[in-house]
Design a binder for this molecule. Structure first.
Ligand SMILES: C[S@@+](CC[C@H](N)C(=O)[O-])C[C@H]1O[C@@H](n2cnc3c(N)ncnc32)[C@H](O)[C@@H]1O
Length: 273
């Protein structure tokens, strides 16, 4: 018999207050013994109306505190209650598994300790972005990076695809604190991007609303103006393709030899011709 009754479910209430949450996530929250939240304050207040045993984890962030310590403390808080054999829910805004370490690490740890733990999806910032900006990530492909990770490591961009850079507000922050970085760090990022795009290439800063009454903020501007832009901790950078797709003739010829009868009708379609 499994005496470990504690469970952990990480759920995502989506981006917009009350409008994006799935029935499954809502039910998990309502039925939990204890709910931990890391969301916009207004969303946290609303979640607390679904379950009176709801605690925000947001106070664990602090100026000059390494975000990795904050994440460990969030994980420790949830795991302690799981070990107390509680039905624990962690509600992390958007999708709990998208650019969010705590839910992934907590589920892994709980599972390793023999507890049942899993994730329920939510509507993430990029899901809102596709809708609000009319972007289909399948049209040209879509690469996504955490902005600082893109800067700290040797990564390659495909400028014929969309590129989405998350955590633009922390771009280039070596301290890993919650601080907003500024124009000098963003200039370094722009210099890296200028290897792939023209200075006049139009890029967008996207911010999805948190309240149903608000509109998305979508600011288009030249790439070389990005250092001076008004950036917040919820800004996401969208870079549309700056180069045409280049056909891979060698592969298409090889594929045509597999199905000679089709004589490339379908490959032309696949290439968008
Ligand atoms: C730690 S990640 C959390 C992402 C979240 N789990 C999700 O599903 O969207 C924080 C980053 O998500 C993006 N983000 C958060 N809120 C946003 C919003 N309202 N609009 C656009 N992007 C947002 C920003 O890039 C921000 O730096």
């Amino acid at each position: 018999m499994n005496y470990k009754k504690g469970t952990l479910v990480c759920v995502g209430p989506g981006m917009v207050l009350g409008a994006h949450i799935t029935e499954r996530c809502k039910n998990h929250i309502k039925q939990a013994d204890i709910v931990f939240t890391s969301c916009h304050p207004v969303i946290e207040k609303w979640l607390a109306t679904l379950n009176s045993c709801t605690y925000s984890l947001q106070h664990l962030y602090a100026d000059n505190k390494d975000r990795r310590n904050t994440y460990q403390q969030m994980q420790a808080a949830m795991l302690a209650e799981v070990r107390n054999n509680k039905k624990v829910v962690g509600a992390f805004y958007g999708h709990p598994g998208v650019f969010a370490q705590v839910p992934h690490h907590s589920i892994k740890q709980a599972t390793e300790e023999g507890f049942e733990a899993w994730m329920e999806p939510g509507i993430s910032a990029d899901a809102c972005l596709y809708a609000d900006m009319g972007i289909d990530p399948g049209a040209y492909g879509c690469q996504q990076f955490e902005a600082s990770q893109f800067m700290f490591y040797q990564r390659k961009l495909d400028p014929s695809a969309y590129v989405i850079l998350w955590q633009l507000g922390h771009a280039g922050d070596l301290s890993l604190t919650p601080r907003l970085t500024g124009a000098p760090e963003r200039q370094v990022l722009v210099d890296m991007l200028l290897e792939y795009y023209a200075p006049s290439h139009q890029v967008a800063i996207y911010e999805s609303p948190f309240l149903p009454t608000q509109q998305p903020r979508i600011i288009w501007q030249r790439l070389d103006e990005l250092p001076k832009a008004d950036i917040s901790l919820i800004s996401t950078l969208v870079i549309p393709p700056g180069r045409r797709l280049i056909p891979n003739d060698e592969i298409v010829i090889r594929l045509k030899s597999i199905y000679p009868a089709s004589h490339g009708k379908n490959t032309n379609k696949a290439l968008g011709e």
